[in-house]
Write a protein that binds this ligand. Sequence first.
Ligand SMILES: CC(=O)SCCNC(=O)CCNC(=O)[C@H](O)C(C)(C)COP(=O)(O)OP(=O)(O)OC[C@H]1O[C@@H](n2cnc3c(N)ncnc32)[C@H](O)[C@@H]1OP(=O)(O)O
Ligand SMILES: CC(=O)C(=O)O
Length: 530
Amino acid sequence: MNRSIDIFDTTLRDGTQGEKVAFSAEDKLRIARQLDAFGINYIEGGWPGSNPRDMEFFELAADASFEHARIVAFGSTCRAGASPEEDRNLRLLVEAGTSVVCIFGKSWLLHVEKALQITAGQNLEIIRDSVGFLKQHGKEVIYDAEHFFDGYKSDPEYALSTLKAAEEAGADTVVLCDTNGGTLPHEISEIVAEVHKRVDIPVGIHAHNDCELGVANAMAAVRSGCTHVQGTVNGYGERCGNTNLCSLIPNLQLKQDYECIPDEKLEELTALSRFVSELANLNPDIRQPYVGRSAFAHKGGIHVSAVMKNEDTYEHVPPSRVGNSRRVLVSDLSGRSNISYKAEQLGIKLDKYGDNVSEIVQKLKELENKGYQFEAAEASFELLVKRMTGVWEEFFKLEGFRIIVEKNVSGSSRTEATLRIKVNDQAEHCAAEGNGPVHALDKALRKALHKFYPEISNMHLNDYKVRVLNEKDGTGADVRVLIDSAEHGKSWGTVGVSHNIIDASWQALTDSFGYYLAQKQKSIQQKEVI
Ligand SMILES: CC(=O)SCCNC(=O)CCNC(=O)[C@H](O)C(C)(C)COP(=O)(O)OP(=O)(O)OC[C@H]1O[C@@H](n2cnc3c(N)ncnc32)[C@H](O)[C@@H]1OP(=O)(O)O
Ligand SMILES: CC(=O)C(=O)O
């Protein structure tokens, strides 16, 4: 049995038909290079007859060299009633200069009659003419049978005759498309098996995810003999997206022994997924299988305890196989295992069954019950552990602060914070104005600390989130403040909870400064040792 699968990536074409996904021609080239390096066989770059950006991509791609992948230009069959030579779309496909082209044509009489408004015979003619024309120009032709499964269910003989028309005209591969994404895996298996009885060239699958079955359907098709699979990185694509290659490739390669890409390349999967979401300017989906940040994140104490004894207990594959990593989360669902694992990562060796760990677990649960959330505030968790194990020294001590907010009849407002802290017994008294109370407090604290720790001017706040915890108490409710801080692309989260928003912000703010200063101190000490 042939276990080698041709992966056809359509991130740059069908992927960009997804809402909010757009790439410039240069972005497309960067992605194509990454896909090539990853070991993808075919990269569909776009539709040259559609827009100048796609044409520009093919110009750029013509000057680039690809080690592994073949770049594919996409388009449709020609219009009925005109010869292929006169068809602008086909002409631009030839001019795109790729050795491979992919064209789609109709398999479903509903589309032939209602969308194209031509006869069943004319449709077979444009398929034959278009494929034949591209073959005359020396192209490898991949024929996408649009709506194949819906067409087959409505009229199997006609749907099969469209494939035969493409095959007889010289198509190298026919691809069965579940364009509306409504077909179920058992139907895919049955229909693909029937197609194999009638078609002698390689058969592929192009599935959409409207029933969340894009990956399952592609896998069913492969089991029934398809050797070519189309899909996109992160599953981007029209409506609910396409077969997600970030799931499909490891499913086939790690679990069924198919070869889609060189085996060692699989470790680059997570990086590829994040690179593409970065260029698409979309947040990576943390819950994405294999490559998401949470794909191997263990939260429940029972899970962490078992994983620490043997990873296979709660991991279906080793995260490193796909370039991802294991994470342990802390929350009120934690047990001793979560705490001892996290403490060890922080360089603190704790006896899992000792008093320290039990006290930290208890404190964590109490604080989470009050509204703290340490999952998104790992820096505050680190400080909590260090404070409770006596290995933390505060960088400064608060003596007091006062904030004045003035608003006058003209509507303008002014906010000022005054602050007293002590650093190594030296008192510092500072005032600062800000856009609002937290801003003023942040500025006053920076001013006061700068003399002792000038490095704090390198860190900044990335994000500041406030969440009301018990809405029914209205403006008197407790609030949780989560602050995300950063320095040169490295970020950390801290948390504070109080019925007073300024106090909650102060807790999160001071944890953030303290954490940062401790990190700086640690890196200086490490350099001194070296
Ligand atoms: C299943 C898929 O995902 S196929 C890919 C879909 N992707 C896209 O549509 C993105 C790129 N598309 C475009 O830029 C434009 O739609 C273009 C340039 C292709 C066509 O633009 P226009 O000529 O303005 O036509 P418009 O978009 O309004 O309609 C599509 C036309 O293609 C025709 N058409 C659709 N499928 C086919 C086909 N397989 N063969 C020939 N013609 C087709 C339609 O009948 C319609 O023609 P009509 O207006 O004469 O009825
Ligand atoms: C060709 C294609 O993108 C589809 O049928 O979904």
